[in-house]
Structures are given as C-alpha cells and as structure tokens.
Design a protein around this ligand. Sequence first.
Ligand SMILES: *Cc1c(COP(=O)(O)O)cnc(C)c1O
Length: 366
Amino acid sequence: MQKIRGDFGVINRYREYLPVSEATPIISLSEGSTPLIHAPTLSEMVQGNIYLKYEGLNPTCSFKDRGMTVAISKAAEHSAKAVLCASTGNTSASAAAYAARAGMQCVVILPAGRIAGGKMVQAYLYGATVVAIKGNFDDALRIVQKLGERGDFVVVNSTNPYRLEGQKTAAFEIIEELGKAPDLHILPVGNAGNITAYWKGYREFYDVGRSYNLPIMLGVQASGAAPLYHGAPMDHPETLATAIRIGQPASWNGAVGAVKESLGEFDMVTDEEILAAQKWLASKEGVFAEPASVVPVALLLKIFQSEDHHLCRSKTIFSKLPLHPTIVLTITGHGLKDPETASHTLSEPLQAEATEEAVLNVIQGS
Ligand SMILES: *Cc1c(COP(=O)(O)O)cnc(C)c1O
C-alpha cells in the first residue's frame, strides 16, 4: 500500500523497533521527526556543538505524542473503549487528541488549579472528560492506577510501557541526524519516563550497531520538586514549572539506571533561574519553550555564566567531556502551552497616535 504523507508518524518510521504488528491499527497524527536545531549562542558559551531537540513541534506541542501514538494504537488493537490518565497537562492534551482520533472516550484527572491554560483548553477541545482533584499530580496518579485495576479503562500514563517505547524514538532520530549519539544529553525530569525512554533508545541503537557511542545522561529537576536529585520522594513538590511538579516519579528506577549506567547525574535549578532561562532562550536563540522545558538551559547558564556554578553537582561532567563536545538538550514542550507564567516579562506596549511621525518618535525615544 502506498504511504500517504500524513501517516509518517513514529510507528511507521520505526515500526521494527516498536511492539506493533499487522494487527495494530495505527492511530497517528504524524508525530515525531522534530527538528534538531543548532543553538549558536549556547554553543559559543559552552565551547561545543549544542542542539535543541524541539519537541514542542509535535501535534499537541509536547513530546508526549511520541508515546501516545503507540499507547492508543495498542489500546485500539485491544478494542479499548476508554482511556484514563493523570496529568500535569501535556499527557492529558496528548491522550485527548489521540483518543479523539481513535474514537475512544478519554478521562483525565488533573490537580485543580495547577494546569497551564493552553493545556487545559486542549483537553476540552479534543473532547476529554476532565476531572480536577483537590490534590497534586502524585495523588492523581495514585487514583488513576486504582481505577485502572477495574478493567474498564486503559491507563495511558507513562506506567503504560507502550508510552516509553514510543518516546525512545526521539533518541533514534538524534542518532540518525548526527550520525552518532551526542556526548551528553540533558533533559528535564518530572515523572522520569522520558529520561528512561531516551536511555532505552540510545542503548537499543548502540546494541544493533546503529551508533558506536552512548551519551552521558544528565537529568535536571526544579529545586522545589527534586526527589531524584535528593534521592528521596517528596510529599509537597512545588515549582512554577508545572509539567515537572512531581514528588514521586513513577519511573524512578529507570531514571536512576540511566544516570548510573551512563555515568551521568541529576541536578536542579531554581524557579527564578527557570524564568530567566525561558526569556534567554527565546531572545537569544529564537526558541520559545514552556518553563519545564528550559531547565537544561537554566543549568547551562548557571554553570557557564553564574557565580553559583559551584552549586551545580553536574559541573564536573563538563570537564570530562571531549574537546568541543556534542550536546543535545530536549526542549520538551512549546512556550505557547503556558503563556501566563511567561507574562511576567510583558510590559505595556509603547503608546502612539496613528501617524508615522508619532510611531517613529516613540521608537526613537525608547
Ligand atoms: C511530561 C513533561 C516533562 C517531564 O517528563 P517526564 O517523562 O515526566 O520526566 C517535562 N517537560 C514537559 C513539557 C512535559 O510535558
């Protein structure tokens, strides 16, 4: 059968590495194949080649789509009628979109008042049933896992192994584009599924000889929600980067394994550093990402530009890298997901009468 342009999503691109068969109906929105954008200003700062894997350009504007196409396709294969997830926002947006595509009901359980506006709108428009609980993400995930045991819903959180299978394809794409794995991969860590998936992807391509090196994995958390950094779960995680506001990561063991096996590290940055990095990335590199997505950038700025560099546990990793290293940062979600948090940077526009002269005057006076 001839492939039409619209169905070149991650399943069709990497079918032989994914748990799908002829019997699996492919539910895809043409996710994946996101750009690996060279970042000249960061590269200069770090004296290496820095690339941004811009996952904000997926169909629902976060990397969650890579795993969701596999999870929902498998749910369809097993004739599921409804899917269920807990979410800090992006999982629900993605689940709702793919469930809509598959004609399934989607129920999402969210921490009340802690979901970015863009993500909330997505869940509603894609037609999900939205339940807000008086609790945090960890509470929501606990409830979802209990409800999942009843058997009438398929849980599509990253505890669903098909999610991580799909997400590992980002590592495949990076290897294909660079011709090798990077020396270092830095990404945000919340529930820790993505760092687990990337490491799996890098390992799989290494094992079949499609790359000859493995990267060091560096996972970055927000300082108010840094259980992996501290090595212990947290009861009251707090950060404005809502996508990583998680105290009890479900993929704890996978994340610790990735960091140990790759001789990597967990590190953390503060909310102030996150906000500064968000503005910096948009204004210096032209890439607008949501707060959780810029924690790797915040870490680089801290290590290479701040007096506080000695506070960074991962600093020593940089001194062990080869000269002019290749470093990839995953930019996990689009900035327009959460314009409210970035709105601190807004000021009133300059005011002018509707004439060329008046406009020129205010521009020159600014
Ligand atoms: C889900 C998400 C994360 C965290 O990924 P985990 O797999 O939970 O560690 C980070 N950033 C964004 C934008 C996300 O949506």
